[in-house]
Design a protein around this ligand. Structure first.
Ligand code: ADP
Ligand code: MG
Length: 346
């Protein structure tokens, strides 16, 4: 969630100029700021002056609180304290933490461990955690040692009438919620909008986004998956979210070179190594941004063929971009196609 550099999102919010909006209509208001090593943006219409004055502070406050609970980059966050605590007894957790962990573990099991929030020791070994980047490729022995500390089977969440509890059964377990933090925070902002009586909004945190209602020009919110090029703002496919969440995972921006090789920040828990295949990005539309954010990482780990099979088996709304030679090839699952509003390959 907190990365060393501020990442650009792979999703584009289509603005009035692309949709052709009525110039007489009062434009939506856009608020934005920084959180969790990325950018948040909230687009809303029809606010009272009082709401417009208060909203940015409420948003930032909530995001800062989420970060203080879930970040592995902050040594004093709730999650860092859980990770540092060698105790094997159940630890009480907030509803927030229980919700994010429960959702992440469900998707983790459905991807047979391709998405695994206990992958932290490997993430740190490959230099994508709070540790410095490695100067040499980790040895096989280091990878084997790190792999012994991972696995969803070592983590148990109990949601009981007396509260929620999280327990690990090995002292070194390290939970990393980076890959689902943006989706969780986006859903949480959507709940904030509802509490504030805002009925038309589109909120995004990094690569995760969720919307409800319409923008001021009377159209539903439309979002584009960007083409995987360094040129910004080129749409590969455009969707109407219909109140859903969407998230993209792609490894064409967050990587570094080590011993002459391109190292992705997404690690395959099975091999213990960064992914190395031709799937360039995975976009998922789901009921919540959190679910979408969890699935997109799992699909990225699995690669094109297995990701397609899983998308079909679970009726997921998935869009994959795969590199074939010098070309990028898009694939939409049948469920994803129901959201597409403009598929002209611009
Ligand atoms: P992307 O937007 O490309 O999906 P995210 O920031 O959502 O990237 O997730 C990448 C982060 O997730 C990594 O920096 C690491 O902390 C963590 N991570 C890497 N591999 C996995 C995995 N297989 N399962 C869960 N989390 C992972
Ligand atoms: Mg993700």
């Amino acid at each position: 969630m907190v990365h060393p550099t501020f990442r650009l999102t792979s999703l584009l919010i289509l603005c009035c100029s692309l949709l052709g909006c009525d110039s007489a209509t009062k434009p939506d208001q856009v608020f934005q700021g920084k959180t969790m090593g990325t950018v948040w943006r909230v687009t809303v219409g029809g606010l009272t002056q009082e709401q417009a004055k208060q909203l940015p502070e409420l948003i930032q406050h909530q995001l800062d609180q989420d970060d203080q609970e879930l970040s592995t980059w902050k040594k004093d966050s709730w999650l860092s304290r859980f990770n540092q605590n060698p105790s094997l007894s159940p630890q009480p957790v907030s509803d927030n933490v229980a919700a994010i962990i429960s959702s992440a573990m469900n998707v983790g099991r459905a991807t047979e461990g391709a998405m695994d929030i206990t992958v932290g020791p490997l993430v740190n070994l490959w230099g994508f955690g709070p540790n410095a980047l490695p100067t040499h490729t980790p040895t096989d022995q280091q990878i084997v040692t790190a792999r012994e500390k991972i696995g969803l089977a070592h983590l148990t969440l109990s949601e009981t009438a007396n509260g929620n509890f999280l327990r690990k059964d090995i002292p070194d377990l390290y939970v990393d919620l980076s890959t689902v933090g943006e989706g969780f925070a986006a859903d949480h902002l959507a709940r904030l909008m509802e509490q504030q009586g805002v009925r038309n909004y589109l909120v995004s945190v990094g690569g995760a986004l969720i919307s409800r209602g319409q923008h001021q020009a009377g159209h539903s919110w439309r979002v584009a998956v960007q083409k995987p090029t360094d040129k910004l703002n080129q749409a590969q496919v455009v969707v109407d979210l219909q109140g859903h969440g969407i998230s993209t995972s792609g490894d064409y921006r967050n990587y570094y070179e080590l011993d002459g090789k391109r190292i992705s920040h997404i690690i395959d828990p099975n091999s213990g190594r960064p992914i190395n295949h031709h799937l360039v990005s995975a976009t998922v539309i789901a009921t919540t941004a959190l679910e979408a954010d969890a699935w997109d990482t799992g699909l990225m780990v699995l690669g094109t063929d297995k990701a397609k099979a899983l998308a079909l088996r679970h009726h997921l709304a998935v869009y994959l971009i795969t590199k074939q030679g010098d070309n990028f090839v898009g694939w939409a699952s049948p469920t994803f196609k129901t959201f597409i509003v403009d598929d002209s390959d611009r």
